[in-house]
Design a protein around this ligand. Structure first.
Ligand code: AMP
Length: 144
């Protein structure tokens, strides 16, 4: 199972912000789209950074509400780990666990084409386990 399998179900919406936009702008995207992280990109959809709700919380804790006027570039993570359509789901889980983050942009070349979150992975794994459980159940029923 690969990232492509997950995206078939989830779709490929990518919500982006720009490095020069403010934290308040990014916060509005997170709230409106009901997501936990947003990719900071350029016009060509290249991933320049990622900013998650945790980054914004840290910025507010350190600088108070004035931090919301800061540019995204000041608080985003610049060394973004990305995956491809062909990346196995288990490798994405490993990446998220080792890196301690819950969002991974999916790239095709340099272009960001989707974002996978830990919620998508858990949903996919639960469905897979249920499917295997059902298959095993009917196999045993047929044999007895
Ligand atoms: P998250 O768990 O996704 O809310 O992110 C936790 C921290 O990891 C934040 O500082 C994010 O900016 C950063 N982060 C999120 N996704 C990635 C990623 N794919 N690669 C590198 N850092 C990330």
């Amino acid at each position: 199972m690969t990232v492509a399998n997950i995206l078939k179900v989830k779709g490929r919406d990518v919500f982006t912000t720009r490095p020069h936009h403010t934290l308040m702008d990014a916060l509005n995207v997170l709230a409106e789209k009901r997501i936990g992280a947003v990719v900071a990109s350029d016009d060509e959809m290249r991933v320049l950074g990622i900013i998650s709700e945790r980054d914004i919380i840290r910025a507010i804790a350190a600088g108070g509400r004035d931090a919301l006027d800061n540019p995204v570039s000041q608080h985003m993570t610049r060394t973004v780990q990305t995956v491809q359509l062909s990346t196995p789901v288990l490798a994405v889980m490993d990446l998220m666990t080792k890196g301690r983050f819950r969002h991974v942009p999916v790239v095709d070349g340099e272009r960001c084409i989707a974002v996978i979150s830990i919620v998508d992975i858990v949903k996919h794994r639960v469905e897979q386990v249920e499917f295997e459980h059902e298959a095993l159940h009917s196999y045993i029923a047929r044999k007895s």
